[in-house]
Design a protein around this ligand. Sequence first.
Ligand code: BGC
Ligand code: BGC
Ligand code: BGC
Length: 443
Amino acid sequence: MTTPPMPEFPADFRWGVATSAYQIEGAATADGRGPSIWDTFAHTPGRIADGSTGDEACDHYHRYAEDVALLAGLGVSAYRFSIAWPRVQPAGAGPANPAGLDFYDRLVDTLLDAAVDPVATLFHWDLPQALEDAGGWLHRDTAARFAEYADLVAARLDDRVKLWITLNEPFIHMSLGHGMGVHAPGRMLLFDAFPVAHHQLLGHGLAVAALRARGTTPVAIANNYSPVRVSGETEADRAAGAAYDALHNRLFTDPLLGLGYPEELDLDAALVRDGDLDVIAAPLDVLGVNYYNPTGIRAAEEDSPLPFEIVPLAGYPRTAFDWPVAPDGLRDLLLGLRDAYGEALPPIQITESGCAYHDGPDGQGRVDDPERIAYLDGHIRAVREAMDAGVAVTGYFVWSLLDNWEWAEGFTKRFGLVHVDYPTQRRTPKSSYAWFRDRVIRR
Ligand code: BGC
Ligand code: BGC
Ligand code: BGC
């Protein structure tokens, strides 16, 4: 697909792709890896759309050299991956399992040899099952365990990692994992899931302190954002929109940037101990922004357990996930962050942006994905527009390098620039891979 030339980006703008451990690694029991909440959840009948698990996923654990060669061929300057806590601490506590860290050591060195900056996420949802058995993120102690784990990883890799990302999308882990029961660990606590927010944030702050004590590598967090589109004209609709915005967009970012918790949300004051908010507000070098779509909101029915109702947004093309394709949402979100936080806002990197379509090879074995090219083209232009309006954005990572195991959707959603045929593990770069290389990165 041909698209008009991309506007210029600064020469040092970070172009990358992102993945996460449980979604690609496989090798679920290799080298002493312990079980995580995602192993348990995926092996529970009825939880995953196609009944699959991440036991093998993309077998990246054994094929990482081939995957780094794909990164080098793409020409990205950075690769965002995540470290599996249960490889490093199989039971969630105690000394590091050296064989688990060895894998990331090899990966990082292979990336550096290929001139690709390693960007490492410490927690992308795969909590060691032993910690879940002790209460998981509902339990304050998990925050301290996370900081100890961060320290073990930094002791081994801080000399070579170029950016640390503490947590991936604490909002999604709280809401889908603990509020709605759609993700591991499968709890349905609705607003009683708020301790999971506070304890993840506290874990983040303690981990930042541990990372700062180890070295000078910049530190970020990757939040999920979804600008709110209010559907309806009433005061109640607008209030519902504000409530949803506080929950999805502000619950994590306000305390991270020193504003404390949004007043709209009724967090149990007993959760927050003296000094916690200072730990959480430790300065960040980068704010990671993951964006997929805006959310339509209107006032809830009288008997609803929630103070808002999510409604489909009409008038947009849709992905295979049925998510609306709305690049303007990314621009609005970036401008909204700037307006809301001003000077307190660190430089932003888009740590995830991408889409699922039903891609597959044609008769010649080519995988053509013009919808993904259109999606990325629109979203990269939206970033440029926000930069032109004065928002500091210094990087953009496509989700994802490879088609992979998409959580509760199993293998049914393909997000990759590279197609994966799971029975053979054959990798085939899609047309979006060549487009990203030629029209964006090397342009
Ligand atoms: C959100 C996405 C998020 C996903 C998690 C969606 O509803 O819009 O941003 O990544 O849920 O699977
Ligand atoms: C919303 C703001 C919000 C900001 C940060 C914007 O899209 O409209 O209300 O504070 O994003 O997420
Ligand atoms: C997550 C990814 C996920 C993607 C698409 C984000 O919520 O960080 O792990 O695959 O969105 O749903």
